[in-house]
Design a protein around this ligand. Structure first.
Ligand SMILES: [Zn+2]
Length: 276
């Protein structure tokens, strides 16, 4: 081998080494930018870790953190992770409420009341609370549940058909996030006996089929049909007759009779069909 070709060969080797080095630096940089810091406060216990997962759900799965019934998460589990993320998973504090007289004994809810002993003092004698009449059935868990609506299929543009064969015409459909509320103090800040207890923003009595909306997104008085997505149950027919402090933008709040049901619902994606 002469000197000239040896030099050429060396040059080629140096080029290859340089390229490999550049690729290593590049992939390391990509790796670093994909690492996210996650701090989870799980029922008061802090768990910090780094992850390449892209969503909150994936990161929690990676650490085998499961959100159990009765626990709430501070963020949408399907949202994308940022560079650093603080997630709180907690059990809502259920206040022990003094039962108003002459009200039927409550069916036990699955939520364990927190060991907070708070006596509620009524400013005036609590009135007899009228039972909200809805179709409900007691399940084996002892929860008074809302009867879910049947499945719907789109038969043509703007026309749905329910599994029961009912035809529903709609003019618009939106995909929104739906939270849940009940008349309890922790949801609405009012005790039975308060003049505004269980009264909606439009002055109606809240009942199953009442939803709270941002009137900028869905005008008050609008009739809708709500279909649950990603395995969520169908809430069905509802009227936008309430508003709420946290209900701003693409979010609605579904009314349930009991707080246990609101906890079970949590936060779900829904399709809201605006009815004609
Ligand atoms: Zn509640």
């Amino acid at each position: 081998m002469n000197k000239r070709s040896k030099k050429k060969r060396m040059k080629r080797i140096m080029k290859a080494v340089g390229f490999a080095f550049a690729m290593t630096v590049f992939s390391a940089a990509v790796y670093v930018t994909q690492i996210k810091e996650v701090n989870v406060n799980y029922l008061g216990q802090n768990i910090s870790f780094k992850t390449m997962a892209s969503t909150v759900n994936d990161a929690l799965k990676e650490k085998n953190i499961e959100i159990k019934e009765g626990e709430n998460i501070s963020t949408d589990i399907y949202s994308r992770l940022g560079k650093s993320n603080n997630i709180v998973i907690e059990k809502p504090v259920v206040l022990a409420m003094a039962e108003p007289v002459a009200v039927e004994p409550k069916v036990e809810e699955p939520v364990e009341p927190a060991p907070v002993e708070k006596e509620v003092v009524f400013e005036q004698e609590p009135e007899v609370v009228k039972e909200v009449k809805t179709t409900k059935s007691a399940t084996s868990r002892g929860v008074v549940r809302t009867t879910w609506a049947p499945d719907v299929t789109e038969v043509e543009d703007g026309v749905l058909e329910t599994a029961d064969g009912e035809v529903i015409e709609y003019s618009q459909v939106m995909q929104l996030e739906a939270t849940a509320y009940c008349p309890c103090y922790s949801c609405c800040g009012k005790h039975p006996g308060n003049k505004w207890y269980n009264v909606t923003a439009t002055g109606t009595t809240a009942k199953v089929g009442t939803i709270a909306v941002d009137p900028q997104v869905i005008p008050l008085g609008t009739k809708v049909y709500i279909e649950g997505l990603n395995g969520a149950k169908n809430y069905g027919y509802a009227v936008a007759e309430d508003t709420g402090g946290a209900i701003k933008g693409n979010i609605i709040d579904l009314y349930f009779n009991t707080h246990g049901e609101t906890v079970i619902w949590g936060r779900q994606q829904v399709k809201v069909y605006i009815l004609k």
